[in-house]
Design a protein around this ligand. Structure first.
Ligand SMILES: NC(=O)c1ccc[n+]([C@@H]2O[C@H](COP(=O)([O-])OP(=O)(O)OC[C@H]3O[C@@H](n4cnc5c(N)ncnc54)[C@H](O)[C@@H]3O)[C@@H](O)[C@H]2O)c1
Ligand SMILES: [Zn+2]
Length: 676
């Protein structure tokens, strides 16, 4: 008995929690927990309700479409056909179950026909706000949000502000069309930047921003935000005589609607799996956010038989991608000193999995941002890890504070060398001014050997050790390491093999292009682009060192800050001393004269790009060959591209080139032939 009581209490507690999250998510367009955490709670409740049917209620979040219209500022409108949610899954096994369920229902109603063929349409699941838009004789008359699925809010005026939604259709038909209102990623970023600058709270993600915008009372604001709309459902498709979902979508395109253009026909579960794998990566190249894929039965005549629960149709399911955003606890903030002495806060987090990897630390950028986002130690925070990007702290969840959170206090002294820090430009940057600070030294060394600079093997561990042992005091010391070979080989955990490799890569680095060696010096503000530009303009470092500020300013692309920085660099005795050492060691600081005699007819005036995993060449080698033979390298596929060299698993670039039709595709062997 006691047990039962506990179960009842637990069920009620989870329901209450879910109601609270629904309120924040649908009414206020903000989240207190991540979607995965929400979905896990919902699944837990579903399980408890299934095991204890006596506690089921019609109003449970497991049975109703989220979002209400109770206190709405908009006029309420009853939907002709309910606007349902979608059941969701995060794995392929559940997808197979879905396919099995669909076939079982269809087989059940057609005894004897055991092998019903079911085709699926696979679409992108846009992460935005659902709307239903009504047209009468081709004219937009009303647009309604999903609301609680039965009753939504009239947002016609706001929808009128969205350029990609046609106000008049290309045919004079009366239809109801459903789609998703999204905020494109670029718009989202610029909106948040503006809000941060004006002290307003940032939106945690594009969906929240789209929701907040669409339910604005002031249509003019909606107009400024550049929302976009993609449609994915024609409510009257059967009445209009369409047989498949995909046909109806193509018809919508013909009427003037924007769709994602993704409606892959999949005949088997294997087809579905292949497309899912493809989109797991490819979705990062879209300019709007997707949180998964939607898989729909393509044959419309099966919809009635399959039916729907109170919450979702049985002819569709969503396959959700691993979450990019999750919440976790901010345990502490540490301060990191970079190569220029800039001191930045780093979030120390309770370990959490995001996009398939464990995250323990995340960037907080600078103290100003900590203040603007109002982040405190002990806060629950949203963090995000997009493809291959360092995890970022998005915002704190202030609603979850219990009063024990602590202010983040910036240090007064350098956490590494203890010298007093100085403030630059107000509060934005704290800086260690000690020229001998170990952290700065280490940062400088790591920058010097990084891939885009001198490309010397050996990571931060080796640099740290060599600094500690006194082998590295300035960047030119790398070129004296060979003199200490015997000593180095005796060090623990290194061994002669890796020392040998290290010394070879140091030797190799001497031959690098002047643009790279210039970049490697770490002159403030001189990144890869300016390294290239300044090397071309000056031809060699002696010329560059002699340039006056006015001469530097005369170079197209060089501004005041850069000119001052470059000029100052070469007027510093220490810098010049290290530079002389590098030159004496044989590091290249001049542009090689291009020998026009080596140009090949097949290459002159032609453009090249390599993609995929290359077997015979390094990517840089291909670029060097192209340049040497008189061709030009490109970074993306466009009409201007003449040759695409493809390795293994080429991906989207090859697809694009094939679509263009004008690009010649070469294997590595064919490329090699061309150079002969
Ligand atoms: N973090 C939170 O606090 C919180 C709270 C509530 C809900 N949520 C999240 O929202 C989900 C529930 O929201 P929901 O009911 O809007 O469901 P959903 O967003 O998971 O799926 C249904 C919706 O998908 C949209 N959609 C996008 N592309 C589509 C396409 N091609 N075809 C059909 N529909 C498409 C439609 O708007 C549809 O209403 C939960 O599973 C959870 O992940 C999170
Ligand atoms: Zn310091």
């Amino acid at each position: 008995m006691k047990d039962k009581k506990n179960i009842k209490a637990e069920i009620e507690k989870i329901r209450e929690e879910l109601h609270r999250h629904n309120y924040h998510y649908y009414e206020k367009n903000e989240s207190l927990i991540s979607d995965v955490e929400y979905d896990n709670l919902l699944k837990k409740l579903e399980k408890l309700e299934a095991e204890n049917p006596e506690y089921r209620t019609e109003s449970s979040p497991t049975l109703v479409v989220g979002g209400g219209v109770k206190d709405t500022k908009f006029t309420k409108v009853t939907h002709k056909k309910p606007m349902l949610s979608l059941s969701n899954t995060y794995n392929l096994k559940d997808l197979e179950d879905f396919d099995g369920r669909v076939k079982r229902i269809l087989n059940g109603s057609r005894a004897g026909d055991e092998n019903t063929q079911v085709d699926y349409a696979l679409e992108l699941k846009l992460d935005g706000i659902a709307v239903s838009i009504h047209y009468e004789d081709g004219r937009l008359i009303q647009a309604v949000t999903r609301g609680d699925g039965k009753v939504g809010e009239d947002v016609t005026e706001n929808i009128m502000q969205i350029r990609s939604i046609p106000k008049y259709l290309k045919e004079s038909v009366s239809v109801e069309v459903r789609g998703e209102i999204v905020l494109p990623l670029a718009e989202f970023e610029s909106l948040n930047k503006k809000r941060l600058e004006s002290g307003e709270e940032v939106f945690a993600n594009p969906r929240n921003a789209a929701g907040g915008t669409l339910r604005q009372k002031d249509a003019a604001i909606v107009g400024q935000r550049n929302l976009d709309a993609y449609v994915y459902y024609l409510a009257d498709s059967e009445e209009l005589g369409f047989e498949t979902h995909i046909e109806s979508i193509k018809y919508l395109e013909g009427l003037g609607f924007k769709t994602t253009k993704v409606y892959d026909l999949c005949e088997t579960i294997e087809d579905l799996e292949t497309r899912i794998k493809y989109w797991e990566n490819e979705r990062n190249n879209l300019d709007y956010e997707t949180d998964g894929l939607v898989i729909k039965v393509n044959n419309l005549s099966l919809y009635e038989e399959l039916g729907a629960t109170t919450k979702a149709p049985r002819w569709a399911i969503s396959y959700k991608f691993p979450a990019k955003q999750v919440t976790t606890k901010l345990k502490d903030v540490t301060w990191q000193v970079g190569r220029t002495g800039k001191v930045t806060p780093v979030a120390e987090l309770e370990a959490v999995e995001v996009s398939g990897s464990m995250v323990r630390r995340a960037s907080l950028h600078n103290y100003d941002e900590v203040i603007r986002k109002d982040i405190k130690i002990g806060d629950t925070v949203f963090i995000e890890k997009a493809a291959e990007i360092i995890p970022q702290v998005i915002k704190p969840v202030k609603e979850l504070r219990d009063g024990t959170e602590e202010e983040i206090i910036p240090p007064t002294n350098c956490p590494v060398c203890n010298s007093i820090l100085e403030k630059e430009e107000g509060l934005v940057n704290l800086k260690c001014m000690n020229p001998h600070c170990r952290a700065k030294l280490q940062g400088k060394m790591e920058y010097f050997i990084s891939r885009d600079a001198m490309n010397i093997i050996g990571g931060s561990k080796i640099v740290e050790k060599f600094i500690e042992l006194g082998f590295l005091k300035e960047i030119s010391d790398f070129y004296e390491l060979h003199l200490k070979k015997d000593e180095l080989e005796k060090l623990d955990n290194l061994g002669s093999k890796s020392i040998e490799k290290l010394l070879i890569s140091i030797e190799e680095s001497k031959k690098l292009d002047y643009s790279k060696t210039l970049y490697a010096l770490g002159i403030p503000f001189v990144g890869k682009f300016l390294g290239g530009l300044l090397s071309k303009e000056s031809k060699n470092i002696e010329n560059l060192a002699k340039m006056e500020v006015e001469e530097l300013l005369a170079i197209d692309g060089v501004g005041g800050k850069v000119a001052q920085s470059v000029y100052g660099y070469f007027r510093d005795e220490d810098n010049m001393r290290v530079l002389e050492k590098l030159k004496d060691a044989g590091v290249n600081f001049e542009i090689e004269e291009v020998d026009e005699g080596s140009h090949l007819e097949e290459f002159v005036g032609k453009t090249f790009l390599a993609t995929g995993k290359l077997i015979h060449f390094k990517r840089q080698e291909i670029k060097d060959i192209v340049e040497k033979l008189g061709g030009t390298n490109m970074s993306g596929v466009s009409k201007k591209l003449d040759y695409l060299i493809v390795g293994e698993k080429p991906g989207s670039k090859l697809k694009k080139a094939e679509e263009l039709g004008s690009v010649k595709i070469l294997t590595e062997e064919e490329f090699l032939e061309l150079t002969k």
